[in-house]
Ligand binder design. Structure first.
Ligand code: NDP
Ligand code: 2IT
Length: 444
């Protein structure tokens, strides 16, 4: 079957799952040259098999709010592909979650995890639960109810969840506690745990740091440097915060942060005490980014995003499709030279066309945000050995992994005739490894 035909079937068989269609299309459009080099993939219907998850679990999550009212949410875990390792991927709590979001994320995770060089398959989970405005007790009750079903489907050698939007250390603690209670086993079934009970140092920082490491690598390759550059960051959650911290450390100036309500613009740079304020605001008080503008008397645009502000580099770190074609046109008009995708699938196809036309350097999500899952892989290794590595050791491994990912993407793009197209390189390199593993393991 041609790749176009595979895509049509995916659309027909998965109606209404637009984000999943988009993620599949992007990969299928990249892998044509690899399919030509490996006719055995088509014979074994590797692509037709890849786009169908190995297993999808959808379940009821009932919980009680602080007033005693009962609510019912929907829980998901999509175990997409285990050809190169146990299913691995985060859990997202956000009201927009439905099966199409979880499948797009799980599909992307297969190739991202393959690129890390570690033995991890692809999976993703979540719920349409909205954690915003909930009390700590409500969050705990929800997480425990969610785990009352999920626990039977996961395990340290089967499927190892982690965080994503709306799921951080607090939620992982509650879910892990319930898993332990139900299974009576203290084991490495989650990553992103607290270091006191099996977590890895650098896991909270890993996605944001990794994003900046690979962006720096890409810039160096083009005889540029992050130092002295102005940076637009979107979001103000886990990825955005640690991307900000590492940009500051490497001498760049970050001028925006955002949340789903709006964007702040601080032309002096969000550093020093102002960075500490953001960390406290978001990690402890769970407040809105608007409060930064009130505290430091800078511009706040309600409902706005960072893409129209002047800068050299953009690091989208909030959510899917947050850069549309017209946003990308603004980036190009402001002479942005490089973009690193911290979020999963932050650019629409229209935006990607604009990057290409304007020769903007792009570190694609599957490569650029792989630092998080890479340190998750290192957390799994530490758990297996019952060891805890130092911050420096994990950070060094992370830097090494991000450099390797960049090199793999770059060399693959060269090999397949489009040197420097890191998206093509990421998709092909991620795909070929998984395809070969599937071939080796026969029809399963
Ligand atoms: P957080 O929940 O910590 O932060 C998410 C941030 O993005 C918040 O500022 C949130 O604003 C904003 N945001 C979320 N949804 C929307 C939306 N629909 N419109 C506008 N703003 C939105 O999540 P993370 O930082 O962990 O995740 C951010 C992105 O990075 C996601 O795409 C995730 O999949 C990806 N990622 C995360 C990894 C990780 O290790 N955590 C690893 C790899 C990728 P608000 O508070 O108003 O909702
Ligand atoms: O999208 C992602 O890679 C994550 N949310 C992290 C996954 C993980 O297992 O650490």
């Amino acid at each position: 079957m041609s790749l176009d035909k595979v895509y049509e079937e995916v659309v027909d068989r998965n109606p209404g799952e637009e984000e999943f269609h988009q993620a599949v299309k992007e990969v299928l459009e990249s892998i044509e040259p690899a399919m030509e080099k490996h006719p055995e993939f088509a014979d074994a219907k590797i692509v037709e098999r890849l786009v169908e998850p190995e297993r999808q679990i959808i379940f009821r999550v009932p919980w009680k709010d602080d007033d005693g009212e009962v609510h019912v949410n929907r829980g998901f875990r999509v175990q997409f592909n285990s050809a190169i390792g146990p299913y691995k991927g985060g859990i997202r709590f956000h009201p927009s979650v439905y099966i199409g979001i979880i499948k797009f994320l799980g599909f992307e995770q297969i190739f991202k995890n393959s690129l890390t060089g570690l033995a991890m398959g692809g999976g993703k989970g979540g719920s349409d639960f909205d954690p915003k405005g909930k009390s700590d007790d409500e969050i705990m009750r929800f997480c425990k109810s969610f785990m009352n079903e999920l626990y039977r489907h996961i395990g340290p050698d089967t499927d190892v969840p982690a965080g994503d939007i709306g799921v951080g250390g607090r939620e992982i603690g509650y879910m892990y506690g319930q898993y332990k209670k139900l299974k009576n086993r203290f084991e490495g079934v989650f990553t992103g745990k607290s270091p006191e009970w099996g977590g890895s140092l650098v896991r909270p920082e890993a996605t944001g740091y990794g994003l900046v490491y690979i962006t720096q690598e890409m810039l160096n390759h083009a005889n540029e440097d992050l130092k002295g550059k102005e940076v637009l960051i979107s979001g103000s959650g886990n990825v955005a915060q640690y991307a900000l911290e590492k940009c500051n450390e490497l001498g760049a100036k970050v001028v925006t942060l955002s949340d789903s309500d709006g964007v702040i613009y601080d032309p002096e740079g969000i550093d020093g005490e102002k960075k500490d304020y953001v960390f406290k605001l978001k990690q402890e008080r769970r407040g809105r980014i608007r409060e930064y503008a009130e505290e430091y008397d800078v511009e706040y645009v309600e409902g706005g995003n960072p893409w129209g502000f002047n800068a050299d580099i953009a690091l989208p770190s909030a959510t899917q499709n947050e850069i549309e074609q017209e946003d990308a046109e603004k980036l190009a008009a402001n002479d942005v030279i490089a973009l690193g995708e911290g979020a999963n699938m932050p650019s629409t196809p229209g935006a990607m066309k604009v990057y290409k036309e304007n020769d903007i350097l792009v570190a694609p999500a599957k490569a650029a945000n792989a630092g998080g899952v890479s340190v998750s892989g290192l957390e799994m290794a530490q758990n297996s050995q019952r060891e805890s590595w130092s911050f420096e050791k994990v950070d060094n491994r992370l830097q090494e992994i991000m450099q390797n990912i960049h090199e793999t993407c770059y060399e693959t793009s060269k090999k397949y005739g489009d040197e420097g197209n890191l998206m093509l390189g990421a998709n092909i390199a991620g795909f070929v490894k998984v395809a070969k593993a599937m071939l080796d393991q026969g029809l399963v």
